[in-house]
Design a protein around this ligand. Structure first.
Ligand code: NAG
Ligand code: NAG
Ligand code: NAG
Ligand code: NAG
Ligand code: NAG
Ligand code: NAG
Ligand code: NAG
Ligand code: NAG
Ligand code: NAG
Ligand code: NAG
Ligand code: NAG
Ligand code: NAG
Length: 836
């Protein structure tokens, strides 16, 4: 293998805004020997500029130019010019060059890549495959990988889709990276430049379809003007081998078509949809299909007319069948008016109850799209048992690149390890090996259709997702959709080299912190299978454990003064565990054999229940939250050691986000620990919870122009109380004499950053300014902001190494702005090495 030795890397690349994602083609300098491995010609067998094979030629040209400063011409005819890259379909190659041998069978979208002969051969089963092979070769070049390889690569499954939750007004449901690249003011945008750039990124990870509008769909997308817009979007995606799909609103015939009904069996409704479908295919002949969310969270559906979900799915399936389209029907159907007083009620049961009896009743081109877990993208869930309950029905797994319940895009959470645990889970259907990946791809039951769909929240922000680091999740999704057996860490390392270059320390650091990030997030958000203890009623972002219970949404914890967890056993609980195949059901039924990371998902136990570690459940909670927050502090330290090794623009962006995360992990830690301490009354054996010796409460300071404020939920303020300015136009002052021993401290200030204003705070020590900041994170971070003082808006800022003498006066002046009253919670003066 010829590699690294021949490459001398440029120290630091130019400033970068993230727009090119992992397709930067950033320069690598290399010796003559490395140049001798570079092709000096490109041959592509299609002259139509909108064909994927032509696009492949352009990409190669740009890549060689960008990475190695090598100018290479593209030609379209000659076959065997030595030292060329030859790109085309197998058929095109045979026509131009005659028979080929030694190439294994290629499946649809598959390709052959060989760098072994005198030419580099990139041959696709179709043009899309040829483009995939090209991006794979370019990925090697961009990583300085000159290995001689010759292999065929085929997809695990035909469905490798992404779902945009973009609304027609340009907002994005769970979007944290700016407004939609597709929609604005109820229409498709005119300038589709960003859509082209997105198409490139998606093609390079072998995604073959994109549903461009929210599953909570707006029927006005079906107007002739908007369908023209959809056609323009499809034209942009097509050269990249990507088809467009549409989400439908089930009530459209009535709300948009003016019919008196949307009953899926009504003749006028069928006729109406068939007319719409004809209009769509007239403009987009290769439309991938429809995505349907019905009877879910208030969305209209067939249940209005006592029709089955199969009646609904088949209505659309029959409509798109003549055009080769498919229908993705979401399994996310449940009653959100459950009653927690009923011990047997369980939202997790819903999918199997709604769909199992319909197995075999769906048309061949219907695919049931199933979230990986039975609830909703939580930090930890068992796999959805529906995967094991449909035999004669095609299915796809639904994942989220969008970090809806995973710190959104303001916390670093590399999600691929979570996905891998799901995909590698063996359901033991009929007591035979049944990996989830083999079930959803169709292998296990020899179904033709299958695969995956991921919710992706790219926006107009130049980073796409709002944070550079989150892009590893999009990259990893594509890689796993193609090949679920790829390794999460290897995928991450490819992404890192492509995104940040080949520096070994950068690679090692990003690998370490990313691979730690999901376990760490789980530790400080919600562990033992209790779910992400976030505010499920509001933003799904910061801590609010009480919001899980006492409402109809069914994401319950059933936490009371002595016990916690959902009893999902058959013997005494909701019977959910019985939805799994025999061996798995038996494992989850018994508290002793249930993996501890899912203990509280399946069992209701006392806080004093002992885990295998010997710790009680409550002590495990306390300890995990401390460990998680502690490890999150390390992410920042490790990143800061990369200064000068990453371009300044991205270095600073990531530093800022990790710095914020260190603070918010402490807010999570204290909120969850305060909450369960308050509920259970069981003290922390480590005497940390509710015991913060270096903390000075804002409400205990001398206040002028500030007043106290009771925060809800109480656990998101230290002592349940914060302070806010008495007026929204004049500054408030909080001051105190420091009683701690003289020394050098890190000063942490906990405050609340609401949207609705940009307050300013200044900190003084004996009237000497030592720090200031502005409450503008609604513009500088990437999560849903809050209008309240709560766990979402709670934020910590730090000033390092402040020399303090006992008796010094610490003073904070807060200038309110708009409706943000410069809120403060507490300050902490932390001696070196102390985490309060
Ligand atoms: C070239 O690409 C166009 C557009 O995708 C396609 O219609 C045509 O069949 C392709 N030509 C060949 C020779 O494959
Ligand atoms: C180079 O790329 C090939 C093909 O993707 C891969 O198998 C090999 O592991 C890579 N080598 C290195 C050192 O990354
Ligand atoms: C659907 O889009 C139209 C046009 O933009 C808008 O007026 C309407 O409010 C939207 N409906 C919903 C339910 O969002
Ligand atoms: C759809 O219905 C409208 C109104 O009846 C009609 O004018 C149009 O031709 C139909 N379109 C198609 C594609 O059937
Ligand atoms: C649906 O069925 C229920 C009970 O079977 C019945 O009460 C209701 O009237 C039916 N609704 C419709 C719209 O047919
Ligand atoms: C839930 O059930 C209990 C007991 O039957 C009842 O008292 C309560 O009103 C119900 N709550 C709701 C929101 O329906
Ligand atoms: C699946 O279909 C096969 C063939 O039609 C049939 O024999 C089998 O009983 C079906 N299984 C289920 C669970 O519906
Ligand atoms: C992208 O988002 C970041 C973080 O929210 C923000 O600081 C930046 O201004 C945004 N840039 C663009 C071009 O939207
Ligand atoms: C069985 O269920 C009841 C509620 O019906 C609950 O109060 C009790 O704690 C459960 N018993 C066990 C052993 O989990
Ligand atoms: C749980 O705690 C309750 C109340 O303290 C006690 O009555 C019960 O026996 C405990 N259950 C177990 C399984 O330890
Ligand atoms: C829990 O919080 C409530 C309200 O703040 C308070 O009244 C109660 O004393 C607290 N309980 C414990 C055990 O701290
Ligand atoms: C200041 O507060 C008052 C009273 O709450 C409110 O009416 C006013 O709109 C606020 N001013 C601004 C600039 O938000």
């Amino acid at each position: 293998m010829q590699l690294l030795g021949f490459l001398v890397f440029l120290g630091v690349a130019a400033a970068e805004d993230g727009l090119k994602g992992w397709l930067r083609y950033a320069p690598l300098t290399c010796s003559d020997r490395c140049h001798s491995n570079l092709p000096s010609g490109i041959v592509t067998f299609n002259t139509t500029t909108t064909s994927p094979v032509y696009v492949a030629g352009t990409e190669l040209q740009n890549g060689l130019q960008g990475i190695y400063k090598k100018n290479v011409q593209v030609t379209h005819k000659k076959c065997n010019t030595a030292s060329s890259v030859v790109v085309g379909t197998l058929d095109q190659y045979r026509q131009a060059c005659g028979a080929v041998s030694g190439i294994p069978d290629l499946e649809e979208d598959g390709f052959w890549l060989s760098t072994k002969g005198s030419n580099v051969q990139i041959l696709g089963q179709n043009e899309r495959g040829a483009l995939y092979g090209t991006f794979e070769y370019l990925s090697m070049l961009a990583q300085g990988n000159f290995s001689k390889v010759a292999y065929a690569s085929n997809p695990s499954a035909p469905i490798r889709w992404v779902n945009q939750w973009d609304n027609m007004d340009g907002s994005i449901e769970r979007g944290y990276g700016g407004p939609s690249i597709f929609f604005k003011n109820g229409q498709i945008v005119q300038d589709l430049t960003r859509v082209t750039e997105y198409a490139r990124l998606l093609a390079s990870i072998k995604i073959n379809a994109v549903v461009i509008n929210n599953v909570n769909a707006n029927a006005t997308l079906l107007s002739p003007t908007n369908l023209e817009g959809v056609a323009r979007v499809a034209d942009v995606f097509r050269p990249y081998g990507i088809q467009v799909g549409l989400s439908l609103n089930f009530a459209s015939p009535q709300t948009f078509g003016g019919l008196g009904t949307f009953d899926p069996l009504d003749a006028s409704v069928i006729e109406w949809w068939s007319n719409i479908t004809a209009q769509v295919y007239e403009r987009v002949p290769d439309m991938a299909g429809y995505l349907v969310k019905a009877d879910s969270e208030g969305q209209p559906g067939p249940q209005t007319y006592n029709r089955t979900l199969a009646d609904a799915a088949n209505l659309f399936a029959k409509g798109v069948q003549p055009y080769g389209g498919i229908v993705m029907y979401r399994a996310f159907v449940y009653d959100h008016h459950l009653n927690e007083t009923n011990w047997r009620d369980d939202r997790a049961n819903a999918a199997v109850e709604f769909f199992k009896h319909l197995d075999g009743e769906f048309e061949d081109n219907v695919v049931i799209q199933i979230k990986y877990g039975p609830i909703d993208f939580q930090v930890r869930e068992p796999v959805s048992p529906l995967f094991a309950n449909l035999v004669n029905t095609s299915m796809a797994i639904e994942l989220q690149v969008t970090q809806e319940y995973l710190g959104q895009q303001s916390h670093l959470v590399y999600v691929a390890p979570l996905w891998k645990e799901i995909l590698n889970f063996d359901l033991r259907i009929d007591q035979k090996p049944s990996l989830v990946s083999d079930v959803v791809t169709g292998k296990r039951f020899k179904r033709k259709l299958g695969g995956s769909a991921a919710v992706v929240n790219v926006g107009t922000n130049s980073t796409w997702l709002g944070s550079h680091m989150s892009m590893s999740n999009l990259y990893a999704y594509g890689r796993l959709a193609w090949n679920p057996s790829d390794d999460a860490e290897e995928i991450l390392q490819d992404w890192t080299r492509l995104t940040f270059g080949l520096n070994q320390k950068v690679l090692d650091t990003i690998t370490r912190i990313s691979m730690d990030s999901w376990p760490v997030y789980e530790q400080y958000s919600g562990n033992l299978g209790i779910q992400t203890l976030t505010d499920i009623i509001y933003t799904h972002y910061g801590p609010s454990p009480a919001s899980q219970d006492n409402n109809g949404w069914g994401q319950w914890t059933r936490a009371d003064q002595t016990s916690i967890g959902m009893d999902r056993t058959v013997s005494n609980g909701t019977r959910f565990s019985g939805q799994y195949p025999k061996e798995i059901a038996a494992m989850y039924e018994d508290v002793e054999t249930t993996p501890e990371e899912l203990l509280l998902w399946f069992h209701h136990v006392n806080y004093t229940h002992r885990l295998s570690s010997g710790k009680t459940v409550i002590q495990h909670f306390y300890d995990s939250h401390y460990t998680g927050a502690q490890r999150a502090q390390g992410f920042l330290d490790q990143w800061e050691a990369l200064q000068g090794k990453v371009d300044p623009e991205r270095y600073e962006h990531v530093r800022r986000f990790l710095d914020y995360q260190t603070g918010h992990s402490i807010i999570w830690r204290d909120a969850i620990n305060n909450f369960y301490y308050n509920l259970s009354g069981i003290p922390d054996e480590g005497q940390r919870v509710d015991h913060h010796p270096w903390c000075i409460e804002a409400e205990s300071m001398k206040l002028e122009g500030y007043k106290t404020y009771d925060v809800t939920p109480f656990e998101t303020a230290s002592g349940a109380v914060a302070i806010v300015t008495t007026s929204n136009s004049t500054a408030g002052t909080a001051s105190t004499k420091i009683q701690f021993p003289s020394g050098t401290y890190d000063l942490a200030v906990n405050y609340y950053d609401l949207y609705g204003g940009k307050s300013q705070w200044k900190v003084y020590l004996n009237d000497r300014p030592i720090g200031q900041w502005v409450g503008n994170s609604e513009e500088t971070l990437s999560h849903t902001p809050s209008i309240y003082l709560d766990g979402h808006s709670a934020t910590r800022v730090k000033f390092r190494k402040i020399k303090v003498k006992r008796g010094d006066t610490l003073k904070i002046i807060g200038m309110p702005d708009g409706t943000e009253p410069a809120p403060l919670d507490y300050v902490a003066l932390l001696p070196a090495g102390t985490l309060d």
